[in-house]
Design a protein around this ligand. Sequence first.
Ligand SMILES: [Cu+2]
Length: 412
Amino acid sequence: MIAIPGFARIFVVLAALAASAGPALAAGPKAYVGNFKDSTVSVIDTGSEKVVATLPVAAGPDGILIAPDGRSVFVSGSGAAAVSEIDTATDRVTRGIDVGKGPQGLAMTADGKWLLVAVNGDDRVAFVDTSAHGVSATVPVPKPHTIAIRPDGKQAYVASQEPGHFALVVIDMATRAVVTQIPLDKPPRDLEFDHDGKTLYLTLAGVSAVQVLDAATNQWGAPVPTGVSPHIAQHFAGMASGVVVVQGPGEVMLFDPAARTAVRSIPVGKQPHWLDLSADGRKLWVSNEGSNDVSVVDLAGGPTHTVAVGNAPRKVAVQRTAQPAHAAGSAHVTIRNFAFEPAQITVKAGQTVTWRNDDGAPHGVAFKDGTTGIDLLLPGKTFAQTFDKPGVHDYVCSVHAYMTARVTVIAP
Ligand SMILES: [Cu+2]
């Protein structure tokens, strides 16, 4: 054994503590926030609402996405030619993936296999094979900005900001051919499919409304009026309302997806840019580019908390689970207050999900794809289902159709 002098031994212990301090502190799922002007990502423990790490990434982080298994975070460096990959176990950048000049929006298939990157500077969409860590195909699209993949995985819609030819460019995911283009009269900003893939929500520069596209017919429906400068609009599984960040007034607006009218608005910070739903479905995490912070909005009406981050935070993404479900071998969903919790859960093929009804009322689990569920789950009872193959399974309560949720199964 090598003798270590007393003071040096303390040093060794402190160094070991420092090395483990960041990720070890995070008890709950983590939120990742890209600070555009600092070229860093702030990592926040959503349980304590404290920043647990700040790490350098490729210049100008302008797209952020967490893989379905919760283990990797991808950040596009719009001022660089790379996407940074962060390992969520260590909260360190493990790799830079060369994708081409000025990558902006990111999207990922539900199985986590393909990462699509809007390579704005090179006028193409790059298909990154996440297991090979490199670009394996590209599709020419002029000035691509943001991308949304339909939940069935068959098509990707790309917002093209080519001056004079603004459009949604639709790509077939299997053939990687452009199948159609939907012309727009204003520059597109963000686009998102709602949780069941039936509706695409789109925002346009200079238009105070969310555009609503029927994804089956590519026909426009009545828009949702908002305040000035709406940005990301989404309808998450498990929520009755849709949500949209409105930059002008600095608010999050909840809207009725059927009536296309505002339900209520919640003030957040200055120039809010992006949002994501917490893993338990109870809070919205909103990044405020103009006030260098993140607002944590309690959907039940409790006070909004503010967490300071770096300069010009643009994108925010929240892990769906605290740890990948494979660690425990099984996963649990609680039914409480007429909602599934978590509303979105990711497991590995071969794993079992158990539902427990903690409400006073009977509920049920009804899968849209015919997977065996249970019509009536009485209070205090449980139901278990094993998922053998990778895929996405949307389900509703068989008693209350507005209770929506999803099980994502990834390769073991
Ligand atoms: Cu129910």
